[in-house]
Design a protein around this ligand. Structure first.
Ligand code: MN
Length: 478
């Protein structure tokens, strides 16, 4: 039962009393999707459930997990954003609305042309970064159940995962998500290349799974004997990441030796060093393979001890030793960071902190403000994307002014436009709109078009409205 699973997952980091709310959301979403099935025959509702479960595994807050359950109701059922807001409040409705908007953007054919721009646009829209988390979780589930999607959608989903969402996850430091999206998309889009490489790896290094199993088991006993409580995760490098490594570093498969990685999660930093000592005692360390990123973290904030060793059969093993928190940060980046700022509100100062975080991860030598502005503005579009005060996106041709925006909202608002506020600051109606601007129009019954407005307006539609107003009112005054 999904609700039990989800509750158990949330209970690890949320108090019990909040879970009554979750139950309400769950039942609402279940009802909204009832009767709809996926190609696999499973009820559609299982998809939002898995999305919510994934979000809770990233330890995201209750509104985000709730939005995960609700993320498809506005797009796929008769429920409106207002309904969601009425039921569960504006915060959750806002996140659901953001996810819905990303979906809508996709159907705009001009935007679809350039995936790169699409990605930037989504970033420009993340007034609330939780929208991106839900979208990433949605994408993760879609790519993992690709074979159950209608065939005509499969390629588009895989392309989007590879071109939009994997780079986005990378940007947010969510490396586990990035790796998984790339692997599944690669497998689907380049089936033959994928299978060929996978089979070559298996041929060259047979029995890797078994080996990981035995090594893990032996180590578990070894650490238990030393009274150390640790978690051990073993994994084989993903086919897609081997593929990129071969291509980028111009290597042969035979030269890639770090195919098996073992991760040891220790209870404290001190224990990490104890584990390191014990590993070096048990195996023969490789001098070149040792990095202490706990003592000196990487510029992107990554912390972990890396060491390469050989076992008695001279086979290479790569260890990463870190605490639980470091592990969460390394895999889930910004999403994991969310957990550590719980209860602190979401004020402007904190948003700045977020941006600084993302910026640090990228190690770009620009200020966070500049970084964000670049994300928003370095689009080479013929259009600008602006927001209404309620956060709706409006698309206008480049060169449009605040007056055009007023006319786009409603001809009556245009005709009585007095002044505008852009991002909270008062500007004239001739203000040149920029992507990411939040525009608010102040009207007055006493304001009306004058002949100069024809110069101020950029869009032909606005100009013809102004001309019409002038014609009608000149007649009237005569
Ligand atoms: Mn979905």
């Amino acid at each position: 039962m999904f609700l039990d699973q989800l509750s158990a997952s949330l209970r690890q980091y949320y108090p019990e009393e909040d879970l009554a709310f979750l139950k309400k959301v769950y039942e609402f979403a279940e009802k909204a999707h009832s009767g709809v099935k996926r190609l696999s025959g499973e009820p559609y509702f299982q998809h939002p459930c898995r999305v919510a479960l994934l979000l809770s595994s990233w330890k995201l807050d209750l509104p985000t997990v709730s939005a995960g359950l609700l993320h498809d109701v506005v797009e796929d059922t008769g429920i409106s954003k207002e309904d969601v807001s009425l039921q569960f409040g504006p915060e959750i409705a806002g996140i659901v609305d953001g996810v819905t908007k990303i979906q809508e953007l996709k159907s705009a054919p001009r935007i679809l042309r350039k995936m790169e721009d699409m990605r930037k646009m989504i970033f420009a829209m993340f007034r609330d970064i939780r929208v991106v988390f839900v979208k990433l979780a949605d994408c993760m589930d879609n790519i993992q159940t690709l074979e159950y999607l209608p065939e005509e959608n499969r390629e588009r989903f895989a392309r989007e995962a590879l071109d939009i969402y994997a780079p986005m996850a990378h940007r947010l430091g969510m490396f586990e998500v990035k790796g998984e999206l790339e692997e599944k998309a690669f497998q689907s889009l380049y089936k033959e290349d994928y299978e060929q490489l996978r089979d070559r790896i298996r041929g060259l290094y047979p029995g890797m799974e078994e080996k990981i199993g035995t090594v893990t088991q032996k180590l578990e006993i070894f650490f238990a004997e030393k009274n150390l409580s640790v978690k051990i995760k073993g994994r084989i490098k993903r086919v897609s990441s081997i593929y990129w490594k071969i291509r980028q570093q111009k290597l042969h498969l035979e030269e890639i030796r770090d195919l098996i990685g073992l991760r040891i999660i220790a209870g404290s930093i001190q224990d990490c060093y104890v584990v390191l000592g014990l590993i070096h005692e048990r195996y023969t360390p490789f001098k070149e393979g040792f990095f202490d990123y706990i003592a000196t973290p990487k510029l992107n904030g990554y912390r972990s001890i890396h060491t390469k060793v050989t076992d008695d059969r001279l086979e290479l093993l790569e260890f990463q030793i870190r605490t639980e928190e470091m592990d969460l940060m390394a895999e889930f980046g910004v999403a994991a960071h969310w957990k550590y700022k719980e209860g602190a509100g979401t004020g402007a100062e904190e948003k700045q902190e977020w941006l600084r975080r993302i910026y640090e991860w990228q190690n770009e030598k620009i200020s966070p403000e500049e970084f964000f502005r670049n994300l928003k503005v370095d689009l080479d579009y013929d259009e600008v994307f602006v927001f209404t005060p309620r956060g709706e996106v409006k698309i206008l041709p480049r060169g449009s002014t605040a007056l055009d925006f007023a006319y786009l909202i409603h001809s009556d608002i245009g005709d009585h436009c007095r002044l505008c506020r852009v991002n909270g600051r008062a500007v004239t109606i001739g203000y040149l709109l920029k992507t990411g601007d939040r525009v608010e129009i102040v009207t007055s019954r006493n304001s009306h078009p004058t002949i100069d407005w024809l110069e101020i307006a950029h869009m032909p539609q606005s100009r013809s409205r102004i001309r019409r107003w002038l014609r009608t009112n000149v007649k009237r005054s005569l």
